[in-house]
Design a protein around this ligand. Structure first.
Ligand code: MG
Length: 166
């Protein structure tokens, strides 16, 4: 049994015009919907922050990743609120007798900016992870206008989490 376990999560979603103009879902990160003409293409709601957090939690436990637990051809998860994926990962964290220490998230995206939504995202994640909001960090970067992310055609998220045995 490890006293601490570290996990890493990564996700990327292609961005397309939001319906009815295209296949994009409303742009959503960390449970917050942004007013933006482009949004993620995905089977669920396409929340790349929630997906990366889920994979970081599962990775810390050495459990199967989000794609294996929730196959993207399962109609049950079509347009699903991605908080259900974090909830399942946290059920496994608790089941293994771990608690969340802290989590650090980096969002890479040209537009929109995280701006004033950063606080709401941190609060949402703190609730889902059952930890103090001061243990949740989220920061935004651009991709300097190069490659798909820099051209505004995708949003990318990295995340690391530390779990403590209880
Ligand atoms: Mg995803």
């Amino acid at each position: 049994m490890l006293r601490q376990r570290i996990g890493h999560g990564y996700d990327l979603h292609r961005l397309e015009p939001v319906a009815p103009d295209g296949p994009g879902r409303p742009f959503r990160l960390g449970g917050v919907t942004f007013d933006h003409p482009l949004g993620p293409v995905g089977h669920s709601d396409g929340d790349a922050v929630y997906h990366a957090v889920t994979d970081a939690l599962l990775g810390a436990l050495g459990e199967p990743d989000i794609g294996r637990l929730f196959p993207d051809d399962d109609p049950q998860h079509d347009n699903a609120d991605s908080s259900i994926f974090i909830a399942e990962a946290m059920r496994r964290v608790r089941g293994a007798s771990y608690t969340v220490g802290n989590i650090d998230i980096t969002v890479i995206c040209e537009r929109p900016k995280l701006g004033n939504n950063r606080g709401a995202i941190r609060a949402n994640i703190a609730t889902l992870l059952d930890c103090d909001v001061s243990h949740i960090n989220i920061k935004g970067k651009t991709h300097e206008m190069v490659d798909a992310v820099g051209e505004g055609r995708a949003v990318e998220v990295h995340c690391v989490v530390l779990l403590h045995h209880v």
